[in-house]
Design a protein around this ligand. Structure first.
Ligand code: ATP
Ligand code: MG
Length: 468
């Protein structure tokens, strides 16, 4: 077992020297030490000092001639951004939280007090920055053993740890998903027992952890843990409701929760984009609300793609997720069945053209989602569907080559329509433009200006008559 970590970073040696000169005991702690032992490079460094963290931060900033120290008086912390490094200074403390609020009662503590108030033993390892014992590890809760065993345990009784800050329940599942660690049974038990305490935690902190689960290599790990502990029900009820299978006569449908998790894991192999992963999570979100049993046919979910798309905005609002990604997720949920419908039928130019027009720039992401959506256990079927998708993609390439439909606008613009037909801006202009668009997408006329103009002249009287 390593007694010392090999800290390469000259910056930390510099901070250590300063601590020596000031007779302050300073340690690097938490994620930085954990990831250093795991052999990962991180740029966030948490430094804990026995004494006043803010004052020490100020001294470091002065010594390094930086004026960008940000002080959070309320939290007793200071943050210094140094090129790509983010340093955070805090004084060692004993803390606990009042039951129904997040206001910590903070008291000055020893290093051991401070480590015991951290979330997991693997995050409660410190390494000294002082010259005499630079890199020496202080590990009162055997975090290194747990790192080796890849297990998440809490330094104190998990019930106490979670009671102090219930967000730690989410953090347990997030680290399990991110690092591929297991969660100790007593910690899981405490998480399930305390899950309703997550209600007092701000949505921003919860969503932060949730997005980190989505960004992890296999999000199903974290999400299954959330579900089993009853946390999904609180944090993301729509997803929790995907679970469960109904049996009627000889018909049952696949458990949509398990299917969804598989789709999310699948898509992670082809993208790091969390919003595309989110679209995978939400693609069948309206299935429980559209589920109906049809005599002789079985289970149906008519319109789940449309209703699902409409649920996206509410979900983003409630979870305080960035609104600029709503349209993207909505679009993918709305269109997720379309490529499959193409595969089932005859792949005509006009059907492909329509899909390209509607999906626009998102077509490649949509195809990724559809490929991820193949979760059948029958390898022959999977092979067949994959082949059909390849066919659709090939056809798309051909149509795209001919028509250039991404970010496409019909070749006759509004101004020209107004001019040719002697119209003021208004409804009829839009109507004429739609007619031209339809004719091109159907393949009745080519995607060219002259053909579109000729078509406009042919239909304008009949269409304008319809308007009046
Ligand atoms: P990452 O930076 O990848 O999110 P991390 O472990 O560095 O992981 P941070 O949120 O940056 O996590 O926190 C730094 C350290 O502070 C943690 O390693 C842990 O020791 C402690 N910590 C953070 N949040 C909590 C919490 N809610 N309860 C207890 N300790 C915490
Ligand atoms: Mg960190």
């Amino acid at each position: 077992m390593k007694q010392r970590i090999h800290i390469q970073e000259p910056l930390l040696q510099q901070i250590g020297k300063l601590a020596d000169a000031e007779s302050v005991r300073a340690f690097v702690v938490g994620g930085f030490v954990r990831d250093e032992i795991l052999g990962k490079q991180v740029k966030d460094i948490d430094i804990v000092v026995v004494g006043n963290g803010i004052e020490f931060g100020q001294k470091v900033a002065r010594a390094l001639e930086r004026s960008n120290l940000v002080v959070f008086e309320n939290f007793g912390t200071a943050m210094l951004q140094l090129d790509e490094w983010k340093l955070e200074f805090v004084g060692a403390r004993k803390e606990s939280y009042k039951k129904e609020s997040r206001k910590p009662i903070v008291a000055v503590g020893t290093l051991e007090d401070d480590l015991s108030r951290r979330d997991f033993t693997v995050n409660a390892i410190a390494a000294s920055l002082l010259a005499e014992d630079f890199g020496t590890i202080i590990d009162p809760f055997d975090g290194r053993l747990d790192l080796e065993a890849k297990i998440l345990k809490t330094p104190l009784d998990p019930v106490v740890t979670f009671d102090d800050d219930p967000l730690r329940i989410m953090r347990a599942f997030r680290f399990a998903s991110q690092l591929g660690f297991t969660v100790e049974p007593s910690v899981l038990e405490a998480a399930a027992k305390m899950s309703s305490r997550l209600k007092i935690i701000s949505q921003e902190r919860i969503s932060d952890e949730f997005l980190k689960i989505i960004a992890s290599p296999q999000p199903s790990v974290g999400m299954k843990l959330m579900y089993d502990a009853g946390v999904m029900e609180i944090v993301f009820p729509e997803v929790a409701q995907l679970a469960g299978v109904d049996q009627r006569q000889d018909y049952h449908h696949k458990d949509v929760f398990l299917h969804t998790l598989k789709v999310v894991d699948n898509i992670c192999e082809s993208t790091d984009n969390v919003w595309l992963r989110m679209a995978a999570l939400l693609h069948d979100i309206a299935k429980p609300r559209t589920k109906a049993f049809k005599e002789g046919i079985g289970w149906t979910f008519h319109g789940h793609e449309e209703l699902g798309a409409r649920m996206v905005k509410q979900i983003f609002k409630r979870m305080k997720l960035p609104f600029e990604h709503i349209k993207f997720v909505e679009k993918l949920v709305r269109l997720h069945l379309r490529p499959m419908a193409l595969v089932d039928g005859e792949v005509t130019d006009s059907a492909v053209r329509r899909l390209l027009f509607e999906a626009g720039e998102e077509i490649d992401d949509l195809m990724k989602l559809c490929r991820a959506d193949i979760t059948s256990k029958n390898p022959r079927l999977v092979e067949q569907v994959r082949k059909n998708y390849d066919l659709v993609i090939k056809k798309m390439g051909e149509v795209e080559e001919k028509d250039r439909l991404r970010n496409w606008q019909p070749p006759v613009k509004g101004e020209e329509i107004m001019q040719v037909c002697g119209l003021e801006p208004g409804r009829s202009v839009g109507l004429l433009k739609d007619e031209i668009t339809e004719a091109i997408l159907d393949g009745r006329i080519p995607n060219e200006h002259d053909a579109a103009l000729e078509y406009l002249l042919k239909i304008k009287d009949e269409v304008l008559q319809r308007v009046v």
